[in-house]
Design a binder for this molecule. Structure first.
Ligand SMILES: NC(=O)c1ccc[n+]([C@@H]2O[C@H](COP(=O)([O-])OP(=O)(O)OC[C@H]3O[C@@H](n4cnc5c(N)ncnc54)[C@H](OP(=O)(O)O)[C@@H]3O)[C@@H](O)[C@H]2O)c1
Length: 279
Protein backbone atom coordinates (compact mmCIF):
# COMPACT_ATOMS: atom_id res chain seq x y z
CA UNK A 1 0.00 0.00 0.00
CA UNK A 2 1.21 3.48 -0.88
CA UNK A 3 -0.13 6.52 0.98
CA UNK A 4 -0.30 9.68 -1.13
CA UNK A 5 -0.55 12.99 0.72
CA UNK A 6 -1.83 16.04 -1.15
CA UNK A 7 -3.95 13.59 -3.14
CA UNK A 8 -6.51 16.27 -4.04
CA UNK A 9 -3.72 18.56 -5.29
CA UNK A 10 -1.83 18.83 -8.58
CA UNK A 11 1.06 16.45 -7.94
CA UNK A 12 -0.64 14.09 -5.49
CA UNK A 13 -3.70 13.89 -7.75
CA UNK A 14 -1.57 12.87 -10.74
CA UNK A 15 0.29 10.33 -8.59
CA UNK A 16 -2.89 8.83 -7.15
CA UNK A 17 -4.39 8.44 -10.64
CA UNK A 18 -1.16 6.92 -11.99
CA UNK A 19 -0.80 4.39 -9.18
CA UNK A 20 -4.49 3.44 -9.37
CA UNK A 21 -4.31 3.01 -13.16
CA UNK A 22 -1.29 0.74 -12.82
CA UNK A 23 -3.15 -1.43 -10.34
CA UNK A 24 -0.93 -0.62 -7.36
CA UNK A 25 -2.82 -0.36 -4.07
CA UNK A 26 -3.07 3.33 -3.22
CA UNK A 27 -4.57 5.23 -0.32
CA UNK A 28 -5.28 8.96 -0.57
CA UNK A 29 -4.89 11.16 2.48
CA UNK A 30 -7.78 13.62 2.58
CA UNK A 31 -9.00 16.15 5.09
CA UNK A 32 -12.54 15.99 3.74
CA UNK A 33 -13.91 12.46 3.46
CA UNK A 34 -16.68 13.73 1.18
CA UNK A 35 -14.23 14.28 -1.71
CA UNK A 36 -12.06 11.16 -2.18
CA UNK A 37 -10.00 10.95 -5.41
CA UNK A 38 -11.23 8.37 -7.94
CA UNK A 39 -9.60 4.93 -7.91
CA UNK A 40 -8.10 5.16 -4.45
CA UNK A 41 -9.31 4.32 -1.00
CA UNK A 42 -9.42 7.43 1.15
CA UNK A 43 -8.21 7.95 4.70
CA UNK A 44 -8.88 11.08 6.70
CA UNK A 45 -5.94 12.81 8.38
CA UNK A 46 -4.28 16.17 8.87
CA UNK A 47 -0.56 16.62 8.21
CA UNK A 48 -0.49 19.35 10.87
CA UNK A 49 -1.51 16.73 13.47
CA UNK A 50 0.84 13.75 13.13
CA UNK A 51 -1.15 11.46 15.42
CA UNK A 52 -4.20 11.91 13.15
CA UNK A 53 -2.24 10.06 10.43
CA UNK A 54 -2.21 6.67 12.21
CA UNK A 55 -5.25 5.16 10.43
CA UNK A 56 -3.95 6.35 7.04
CA UNK A 57 -0.47 4.93 7.69
CA UNK A 58 -1.68 1.49 8.77
CA UNK A 59 -0.10 -1.06 6.43
CA UNK A 60 1.52 1.61 4.22
CA UNK A 61 4.89 0.56 2.76
CA UNK A 62 5.53 3.76 0.82
CA UNK A 63 4.53 7.37 1.51
CA UNK A 64 4.53 10.34 -0.87
CA UNK A 65 4.89 13.31 1.46
CA UNK A 66 4.27 17.03 1.01
CA UNK A 67 6.56 19.50 2.84
CA UNK A 68 6.03 22.35 5.27
CA UNK A 69 3.61 21.15 7.93
CA UNK A 70 3.67 22.11 11.61
CA UNK A 71 5.61 19.10 12.96
CA UNK A 72 7.50 17.33 10.18
CA UNK A 73 9.67 15.31 12.64
CA UNK A 74 6.38 14.15 14.19
CA UNK A 75 5.05 13.10 10.76
CA UNK A 76 8.24 11.12 10.09
CA UNK A 77 7.97 9.60 13.58
CA UNK A 78 4.51 8.30 12.71
CA UNK A 79 5.85 6.88 9.43
CA UNK A 80 8.61 5.03 11.34
CA UNK A 81 6.16 3.77 13.96
CA UNK A 82 3.89 2.39 11.21
CA UNK A 83 6.79 0.49 9.61
CA UNK A 84 6.90 2.56 6.41
CA UNK A 85 9.77 1.38 4.18
CA UNK A 86 10.24 4.46 1.98
CA UNK A 87 9.23 8.12 2.10
CA UNK A 88 9.42 10.26 -1.04
CA UNK A 89 9.42 13.93 -0.02
CA UNK A 90 8.23 16.60 -2.43
CA UNK A 91 10.59 19.50 -1.73
CA UNK A 92 11.73 22.28 -4.08
CA UNK A 93 14.80 23.44 -5.91
CA UNK A 94 14.57 26.38 -3.49
CA UNK A 95 15.78 24.14 -0.66
CA UNK A 96 19.20 24.11 -2.29
CA UNK A 97 19.90 27.76 -1.43
CA UNK A 98 20.13 27.01 2.31
CA UNK A 99 18.56 30.40 3.08
CA UNK A 100 16.86 30.02 6.46
CA UNK A 101 15.83 33.71 6.36
CA UNK A 102 13.59 32.98 3.35
CA UNK A 103 10.24 31.63 4.63
CA UNK A 104 9.70 29.26 1.69
CA UNK A 105 13.27 27.92 1.57
CA UNK A 106 13.11 27.54 5.35
CA UNK A 107 10.07 25.23 5.39
CA UNK A 108 11.55 23.15 2.57
CA UNK A 109 14.93 22.86 4.36
CA UNK A 110 13.29 21.93 7.69
CA UNK A 111 11.17 19.28 5.92
CA UNK A 112 14.27 17.82 4.25
CA UNK A 113 16.10 17.81 7.60
CA UNK A 114 13.24 15.90 9.23
CA UNK A 115 13.31 13.31 6.46
CA UNK A 116 17.11 12.91 6.59
CA UNK A 117 17.01 12.52 10.39
CA UNK A 118 14.37 9.79 10.18
CA UNK A 119 15.24 6.09 10.29
CA UNK A 120 12.85 5.55 7.35
CA UNK A 121 14.66 5.29 3.99
CA UNK A 122 13.93 8.37 1.88
CA UNK A 123 14.19 10.04 -1.50
CA UNK A 124 13.89 13.82 -1.94
CA UNK A 125 12.45 15.40 -5.10
CA UNK A 126 13.41 19.03 -5.76
CA UNK A 127 11.31 20.28 -8.69
CA UNK A 128 11.37 23.67 -10.34
CA UNK A 129 8.22 25.84 -10.43
CA UNK A 130 5.08 24.00 -11.56
CA UNK A 131 3.28 24.56 -14.87
CA UNK A 132 0.08 24.30 -12.81
CA UNK A 133 0.89 27.71 -11.28
CA UNK A 134 -0.64 28.95 -14.55
CA UNK A 135 -4.06 28.14 -13.03
CA UNK A 136 -3.53 31.44 -11.17
CA UNK A 137 -4.58 33.05 -14.46
CA UNK A 138 -7.97 31.36 -14.85
CA UNK A 139 -10.04 34.23 -13.38
CA UNK A 140 -8.26 36.83 -15.54
CA UNK A 141 -8.71 34.69 -18.66
CA UNK A 142 -12.39 34.20 -17.90
CA UNK A 143 -12.72 37.99 -17.99
CA UNK A 144 -10.62 38.73 -21.08
CA UNK A 145 -7.45 38.15 -23.07
CA UNK A 146 -4.96 40.04 -20.88
CA UNK A 147 -2.84 38.37 -18.20
CA UNK A 148 -1.30 40.60 -15.54
CA UNK A 149 1.59 38.68 -13.99
CA UNK A 150 4.56 39.45 -11.71
CA UNK A 151 8.28 39.06 -12.54
CA UNK A 152 7.86 39.30 -16.35
CA UNK A 153 11.63 39.07 -16.99
CA UNK A 154 12.24 35.92 -14.90
CA UNK A 155 12.53 32.61 -16.79
CA UNK A 156 11.56 29.36 -15.06
CA UNK A 157 12.13 25.84 -16.43
CA UNK A 158 8.61 24.92 -15.33
CA UNK A 159 7.71 21.28 -14.82
CA UNK A 160 4.39 19.50 -15.36
CA UNK A 161 3.10 17.94 -12.10
CA UNK A 162 2.38 14.90 -14.29
CA UNK A 163 6.15 14.39 -14.60
CA UNK A 164 6.83 14.90 -10.89
CA UNK A 165 4.19 12.23 -10.20
CA UNK A 166 5.73 9.92 -12.81
CA UNK A 167 9.13 10.28 -11.13
CA UNK A 168 7.60 9.69 -7.69
CA UNK A 169 5.88 6.53 -8.93
CA UNK A 170 9.16 5.41 -10.52
CA UNK A 171 11.29 5.80 -7.36
CA UNK A 172 8.76 4.78 -4.69
CA UNK A 173 9.76 1.49 -3.07
CA UNK A 174 12.92 1.26 -5.22
CA UNK A 175 15.90 0.90 -2.86
CA UNK A 176 18.22 2.17 -5.61
CA UNK A 177 16.85 5.66 -4.86
CA UNK A 178 17.24 5.54 -1.07
CA UNK A 179 19.17 8.57 0.18
CA UNK A 180 19.10 10.31 -3.20
CA UNK A 181 18.06 13.88 -4.02
CA UNK A 182 16.65 14.38 -7.51
CA UNK A 183 16.51 17.94 -8.89
CA UNK A 184 13.79 18.03 -11.56
CA UNK A 185 12.84 20.55 -14.23
CA UNK A 186 10.76 20.90 -17.35
CA UNK A 187 12.23 20.94 -20.87
CA UNK A 188 12.92 24.66 -21.35
CA UNK A 189 13.03 27.98 -19.50
CA UNK A 190 9.87 30.01 -20.05
CA UNK A 191 9.13 33.66 -19.43
CA UNK A 192 5.56 34.57 -18.43
CA UNK A 193 5.18 35.99 -21.97
CA UNK A 194 6.16 32.58 -23.43
CA UNK A 195 3.46 30.88 -21.37
CA UNK A 196 0.89 33.46 -22.43
CA UNK A 197 1.80 32.94 -26.10
CA UNK A 198 1.76 29.12 -25.92
CA UNK A 199 -1.48 29.06 -23.93
CA UNK A 200 -3.03 31.43 -26.48
CA UNK A 201 -1.99 29.09 -29.31
CA UNK A 202 -3.61 26.12 -27.56
CA UNK A 203 -6.81 28.05 -26.78
CA UNK A 204 -6.94 29.83 -30.15
CA UNK A 205 -7.12 33.19 -28.41
CA UNK A 206 -5.02 36.37 -28.89
CA UNK A 207 -3.70 36.47 -25.32
CA UNK A 208 -1.40 39.25 -24.17
CA UNK A 209 0.86 39.72 -21.13
CA UNK A 210 0.78 42.87 -19.05
CA UNK A 211 3.85 42.52 -16.79
CA UNK A 212 3.43 43.95 -13.31
CA UNK A 213 5.99 46.33 -11.82
CA UNK A 214 7.47 45.14 -8.52
CA UNK A 215 5.28 47.61 -6.66
CA UNK A 216 2.12 46.37 -8.43
CA UNK A 217 3.18 42.76 -7.84
CA UNK A 218 3.51 43.33 -4.09
CA UNK A 219 0.05 44.94 -3.99
CA UNK A 220 -1.58 42.12 -6.01
CA UNK A 221 0.02 39.37 -3.92
CA UNK A 222 -1.10 41.05 -0.70
CA UNK A 223 -4.62 41.46 -2.14
CA UNK A 224 -4.63 37.74 -3.08
CA UNK A 225 -3.93 36.85 0.56
CA UNK A 226 -0.32 35.70 0.05
CA UNK A 227 1.29 35.85 3.53
CA UNK A 228 3.78 38.77 3.79
CA UNK A 229 6.69 36.39 4.54
CA UNK A 230 5.95 34.52 1.28
CA UNK A 231 5.70 37.77 -0.70
CA UNK A 232 9.16 38.65 0.66
CA UNK A 233 10.38 35.14 -0.23
CA UNK A 234 9.26 35.50 -3.88
CA UNK A 235 10.93 38.90 -4.10
CA UNK A 236 14.19 37.48 -2.75
CA UNK A 237 14.05 34.72 -5.36
CA UNK A 238 12.95 36.64 -8.42
CA UNK A 239 13.74 40.35 -7.80
CA UNK A 240 16.97 39.93 -5.79
CA UNK A 241 17.88 36.88 -7.90
CA UNK A 242 18.73 34.42 -5.09
CA UNK A 243 17.06 31.58 -7.05
CA UNK A 244 17.89 30.55 -10.61
CA UNK A 245 14.92 28.34 -11.51
CA UNK A 246 15.71 28.50 -15.24
CA UNK A 247 18.17 25.60 -15.34
CA UNK A 248 17.07 22.64 -17.45
CA UNK A 249 18.01 19.36 -15.82
CA UNK A 250 18.34 15.92 -17.42
CA UNK A 251 16.79 14.03 -14.48
CA UNK A 252 13.25 13.49 -15.75
CA UNK A 253 14.54 12.01 -19.01
CA UNK A 254 17.10 9.89 -17.16
CA UNK A 255 14.55 8.48 -14.73
CA UNK A 256 11.63 8.06 -17.13
CA UNK A 257 13.38 7.32 -20.43
CA UNK A 258 11.44 10.10 -22.18
CA UNK A 259 11.70 13.90 -22.23
CA UNK A 260 9.72 15.99 -19.75
CA UNK A 261 6.35 17.25 -21.02
CA UNK A 262 6.23 20.65 -22.69
CA UNK A 263 4.10 23.58 -21.60
CA UNK A 264 2.01 23.09 -24.73
CA UNK A 265 1.25 19.52 -23.62
CA UNK A 266 0.31 20.78 -20.15
CA UNK A 267 -1.92 23.51 -21.62
CA UNK A 268 -3.60 21.07 -24.00
CA UNK A 269 -4.34 18.65 -21.15
CA UNK A 270 -5.86 21.44 -19.04
CA UNK A 271 -7.41 23.68 -21.72
CA UNK A 272 -10.90 23.14 -20.29
CA UNK A 273 -9.96 25.11 -17.17
CA UNK A 274 -9.36 28.19 -19.34
CA UNK A 275 -12.38 27.83 -21.64
CA UNK A 276 -14.80 29.82 -19.47
CA UNK A 277 -16.98 32.28 -21.31
CA UNK A 278 -14.73 35.34 -21.60
CA UNK A 279 -16.75 37.46 -24.00
N1 LIG B 1 3.81 25.39 -7.01
C1 LIG B 1 5.12 25.27 -7.21
O1 LIG B 1 5.69 25.86 -8.15
C2 LIG B 1 5.92 24.40 -6.27
C3 LIG B 1 7.29 24.21 -6.52
C4 LIG B 1 8.03 23.37 -5.69
C5 LIG B 1 7.40 22.75 -4.60
N2 LIG B 1 6.07 22.95 -4.36
C6 LIG B 1 5.44 22.25 -3.22
O2 LIG B 1 4.58 21.27 -3.76
C7 LIG B 1 3.49 21.10 -2.85
C8 LIG B 1 2.32 20.43 -3.55
O3 LIG B 1 1.89 21.27 -4.59
P1 LIG B 1 0.55 20.95 -5.39
O4 LIG B 1 0.43 22.05 -6.39
O5 LIG B 1 0.53 19.53 -5.81
O6 LIG B 1 -0.51 21.12 -4.22
P2 LIG B 1 -1.94 21.83 -4.28
O7 LIG B 1 -2.59 21.55 -5.58
O8 LIG B 1 -1.76 23.25 -3.83
O9 LIG B 1 -2.72 21.05 -3.15
C9 LIG B 1 -2.30 21.02 -1.82
C10 LIG B 1 -2.65 19.66 -1.24
O10 LIG B 1 -2.23 19.62 0.14
C11 LIG B 1 -3.34 19.16 0.91
N3 LIG B 1 -3.22 19.71 2.26
C12 LIG B 1 -3.10 21.02 2.58
N4 LIG B 1 -3.02 21.14 3.92
C13 LIG B 1 -3.08 19.88 4.45
C14 LIG B 1 -3.07 19.35 5.76
N5 LIG B 1 -2.95 20.14 6.84
N6 LIG B 1 -3.16 18.00 5.92
C15 LIG B 1 -3.29 17.19 4.83
N7 LIG B 1 -3.31 17.62 3.56
C16 LIG B 1 -3.21 18.96 3.37
C17 LIG B 1 -4.55 19.64 0.17
O11 LIG B 1 -5.65 18.87 0.56
P3 LIG B 1 -7.14 19.46 0.80
O12 LIG B 1 -7.94 18.98 -0.38
O13 LIG B 1 -7.56 18.86 2.08
O14 LIG B 1 -7.02 20.97 0.85
C18 LIG B 1 -4.14 19.38 -1.28
O15 LIG B 1 -4.32 18.02 -1.60
C19 LIG B 1 3.21 22.51 -2.36
O16 LIG B 1 2.59 22.47 -1.12
C20 LIG B 1 4.60 23.14 -2.31
O17 LIG B 1 5.09 23.07 -0.99
C21 LIG B 1 5.32 23.76 -5.17
Amino acid sequence: MILVTGATGHVGGELTARLAASGRPVRALVRNAAAPPAGAEAAVGDLDRPDSLRPALKGARGVFLLPGYADMPGVLGECARAGVEHVVLLSSIAAADGDMDNAISRFMILSEEAVRASPVPWTILRPSGFMSNTFQWTAQLAAGDVVRAPFPTVPVAMIDPYDIAAVAARVLLDPAHHGRVHALSGPEPLLPADRVRLLGEVLGRPLRLDGLTDEEAREEMAADGTPPAYVDAFFRYYADGTLDDSRVRPTVAELLGRPPRTFTQWATAHADAFQEDHR
